[in-house]
Design a protein around this ligand. Structure first.
Ligand code: ADP
Length: 308
């Protein structure tokens, strides 16, 4: 098998109270990537979109991941990759993770699936290190495994897939720039014990709510008393969007990744669409361009759609 095409989905990381440890995969949007094996040890990147991402392998997330796989197997082979991104870089819905995870899964497919999903997360985290300066798995893990992922620990890697009800996800991406480095820098380094207690109560409640299909418990637990109060100031309209989306019936939601996208979970499509129109109204009124998605949780993760 010499070429493979994969669809690599967007993801929501920092799932409200689950900062750095909980993420979920989206059905849409997804990047399309075509990988071809070469019999020379090089990586060639061809962009098939308008984002002008670097084509030097060590500057592109997908390239870094492929180089790390080549170094590991040391067999003198290489890869040519065509990338058509639909997930805008810097949107906060895992654009870099989609490239990293998609490259890892596609390469593994061409190599005869010699690596486990945990190995692929390790390779893909090299890409996240390039994009944001730190290795983190809360986008990569759901992108590869699908569904909701708990990253209990990354040293050593301990990823737990969590079953969940068939929820709808509405995402709004206001077209403003929030630099991941700024979003990290403004976080407080110390937190109060009372806040920590409330936060871990919510995390336990959210995970239990997913596992027991308990929508009320999910809704009650979608509360972040530590990160959101600080970060939301970087996102115009955040409080209004959140309040009005909940009034429209959303279970709850918050900042996706480090923003600027905001996501809401809903129990059915009608509510998810009502939530979308609330988001549209708020950003139209503020006068900021935006994109919206109404989608569901993607249970498959990166999908191999064609191999030849
Ligand atoms: P997101 O949260 O949407 O993934 P990040 O800020 O984490 O956004 O990552 C985007 C950064 O990574 C941008 O600076 C972009 O130029 C860089 N980058 C390099 N290669 C890629 C790639 N293949 N896909 C997406 N972003 C990439």
């Amino acid at each position: 098998m010499k070429t493979v095409i994969v669809h690599s989905p967007g993801t929501v990381a920092n799932l409200v109270c689950g900062f750095d440890i909980l993420g979920l995969a989206l059905k849409e949007p997804y990047d399309i990537m075509k990988l071809r094996m070469l019999d020379t040890p090089e990586v060639i990147i061809r962009n098939r979109d308008e984002f002008n991402l670097p084509t030097e392998p060590h500057k592109n997330v997908a390239g870094v991941v492929l180089l790390s796989i080549m170094e590991k197997i040391n067999e003198g082979i290489g890869f040519e990759i065509e990338i058509k991104k639909h997930i805008k870089p810097g949107s906060g819905i895992g654009s870099s993770a989609a490239s990293a995870a998609g490259a890892a899964v596609a390469a593994n497919h061409l190599l005869g699936n010699i690596f486990s999903n945990d190995d692929l997360v390790q390779f893909a985290m090299n890409g996240e290190k390039l994009a944001s300066g730190v290795k983190h798995a809360d986008n990569i893990a759901p992108c590869i495994f699908g569904g909701v992922s708990l990253i209990r620990c990354i040293h050593p890697l301990d990823i737990v897939s969590i079953s969940s009800p068939e929820l709808f996800v509405t995402v709004v991406h206001p077209q403003i720039e929030v630099r991941t480095s700024d979003a990290r820098q403004i976080l407080r380094q110390q937190i109060l014990l009372k806040d920590a207690i409330r936060q871990w109560g919510n995390i336990a409640g959210l995970v239990t709510g997913f596992l027991k299909n308990d929508l009320d418990l999910i809704g009650r637990s979608l509360e972040d008393v530590i990160i959101e109060p600080v970060r939301s100031i970087l996102i115009p309209g955040f409080d209004e969007v959140k309040t009005k989306c909940k009034e429209a019936g959303a279970l709850g939601g918050g900042i996706s990744g480090s923003g600027p996208s905001v996501f809401m979970l809903s129990k059915d499509e009608a509510i998810a669409k009502a939530v979308e129109s609330v988001m549209k109204d708020v950003y139209t009124k503020i006068g900021i361009d935006f994109n919206t998605y109404v989608t569901t949780i993607n249970k498959k993760g990166v999908e191999v759609v064609k191999g030849e």
